[in-house]
Design a protein around this ligand. Structure first.
Ligand SMILES: O=C(CO)[C@@H](O)[C@H](O)COP(=O)(O)O
Ligand SMILES: [Co+2]
Length: 220
């Protein structure tokens, strides 16, 4: 049976009470940390000093999602800061293979993300260099958006290529993941699910995480 992972995004958490907000999601698999630079996306969140501090207090491993320009320069520093996985955007990296190797050398899992309109086909040859492919299921930049069904065929094509080449990487989806949408993403081939507003918007985050697990595993 495939291990399904739920990674809540702290983008929807209370940034003034981050330590307490991290405690609310102790039953999840990792904490998803959205780094935005106001250039690659029209929003600004947090950077290395805050990620370092989150790493010190978080009971969960850090799944860092970099929505920043010049990923080649910055991403390795997030791996060195102790992130368990670092995901850069394909659209923001000039040498993705070199970068993935640097991330792995620094002890992190290497992830690469695709915007909803970015096809996976140009990147099929480098999937073997990655631990994770993140298919964005909303336009990156903000939490609370609706899941884009138009991304499902891309998830299916990526999953087919991964199975065909017998590669170990997993597919992560991020954006609009709720109890209603998670099964569609799971059926298409995703096994790692980022959920921001559906977890942090709930009164009981642990119950929301559990409901997402149940909804995703209806397929399996
Ligand atoms: O990377 C992003 C947004 O760019 C995400 O990680 C969001 O934080 C997901 O939020 P929800 O769509 O689940 O509310
Ligand atoms: Co994200």
């Amino acid at each position: 049976m495939t291990h399904l992972r739920i990674n809540p995004s702290i983008l929807s958490a209370d940034f003034v009470n981050l330590e307490a907000e991290l405690q609310r999601i102790g039953s999840a698999d990792a904490v998803h940390v959205d780094v935005m630079d106001n250039h690659f996306v029209p929003n600004l969140t947090l950077g290395l000093p805050v990620v370092r501090r989150i790493r010190e207090v978080s009971p969960l491993p850090l799944d860092v999602h970099l929505m920043i320009e010049d990923a080649d320069r910055w991403a390795p520093q997030y791996a060195e800061a102790g992130a368990a996985s670092v995901t850069f955007h394909a659209e923001a990296a000039t040498a993705p293979v070199k970068l993935a190797r640097e991330l792995r050398d620094a002890g992190a899992k290497a992830g690469m993300a695709l915007r909803p309109a970015t096809p996976v086909e140009p990147y099929l040859d480098l999937l073997g260099e990655l631990d994770m492919l993140l298919v964005m299921t909303v336009e990156p930049g903000f939490g609370g958006q609706s899941f884009l069904d138009l991304t499902l065929p891309k998830i299916r094509r990526a999953a087919k290529a991964i199975r065909g080449a017998d590669l170990p990487l997993v597919i992560q989806v991020d954006g609009g993941i709720t109890e209603d949408t998670i099964l569609r993403a799971a059926e298409a081939g995703a096994t790692v699910f980022v959920a921001g507003s559906s977890v942090y918007g709930a009164d009981d985050a642990a119950a929301a995480i559990s409901a997402l697990r149940t909804a995703a595993s209806r397929k399996h």
